[in-house]
Design a protein around this ligand. Structure first.
Ligand SMILES: [Zn+2]
Length: 270
């Protein structure tokens, strides 16, 4: 496991102090799999300088702060597939790593029905600092990993891992799992077919979210713009709250993805 510091040489940190964790978490960087897993909402750390963002603890453990359960799935699936995982340790309430910087939901002042006091009235410098110290190191690292893989002519399939809350704004969501995608026409149909063939799943096709250039960052920038076969996966949070659920879902998805990966390689699609 390696970590990448959030600062480049000579740059003074205005947000992360020496006792704060580095933003980027990686597992199994030497993994031989064609799959490259990313996890934008893996952690819910807050830089000490930001305190609690003016929120009670009960809000900071909710889905508005991170993707509940996905960290446990991501770690396990990376090991099971022998794949590299690149993940963000800081809460999406600091800066959302799956939003284009500058959009309203990048540093949200409101998430679901919760006002985030620590995100109100930020100066341009405070906004730039969050981007420079949390968002940029994560996406620079994904960029560098993809650069290296392409240079080495290694087949690469980008899979962005997320989880979704079972009830949003009072509306219950029926899906167990969903694929989310936009321009890729290779992987999402194969994944949808495989998930539906499981027989016991309610599968969302671009549900509960679809990817767009305005509401997403990782898939458009690292998947589509780099020409990689890609998809996002969303798992319902109540299914992966505990370790046994995380293990079951990691095993199921690893089996499905490795079959698809073998097919894509056999057909020279990656
Ligand atoms: Zn997410």
């Amino acid at each position: 496991m390696t970590s990448v510091a959030g600062k480049s040489a000579g740059q003074t940190s205005l947000l992360l102090a020496g006792t704060d964790a580095a933003p980027v978490h990686e597992s199994n960087a030497a993994g031989a799999s064609p799959f490259l897993f990313t996890c934008d909402h893996f952690g819910r750390l807050l830089p000490k300088k930001l305190g609690d963002l003016g929120l009670p603890e009960r809000e900071l453990v909710r889905h508005i702060a991170w993707d509940i359960g996905i960290a446990g799935v991501a770690e396990r699936i990376a090991l099971l597939c022998d794949a590299h995982l690149v993940a963000q340790r800081y809460s999406r309430l600091v800066i959302d790593c799956n939003r284009p910087p500058g959009v309203a939901s990048s540093i949200p002042r409101l998430s679901e029905a919760t006002v985030i006091p620590g995100n109100e009235a930020l100066s341009a410098e405070e906004i730039a600092t969050r981007r420079r110290e949390v968002f940029d190191p994560y996406h620079s690292r994904i960029d560098a990993v993809i650069d290296e893989r392409l240079q080495q002519r290694r087949p690469t399939v980008l899979v962005s891992l997320h989880s979704f809350t079972p009830v949003y704004a009072g509306v219950t969501r029926p899906w167990h799992i969903g694929t989310l995608y936009h321009r890729d026409t290779t992987l999402p149909p194969l994944l949808l077919r495989a998930l539906r063939a499981e027989g016991d799943l309610v599968v969302g096709d671009n549900e509960p979210y679809a990817v767009s250039d305005l509401t997403d960052y990782t898939i458009p920038v690292h998947g589509e713009a780099r020409g990689l076969v890609n998809t996002g996966i969303e798992i319902r949070q109540d299914l992966i709250e505990d370790q046994s659920g995380q293990q079951q879902w990691a095993e199921r998805l690893a089996r499905i993805l490795m079959e698809i990966g073998a097919l894509l390689q056999a057909e020279n699609k990656i």
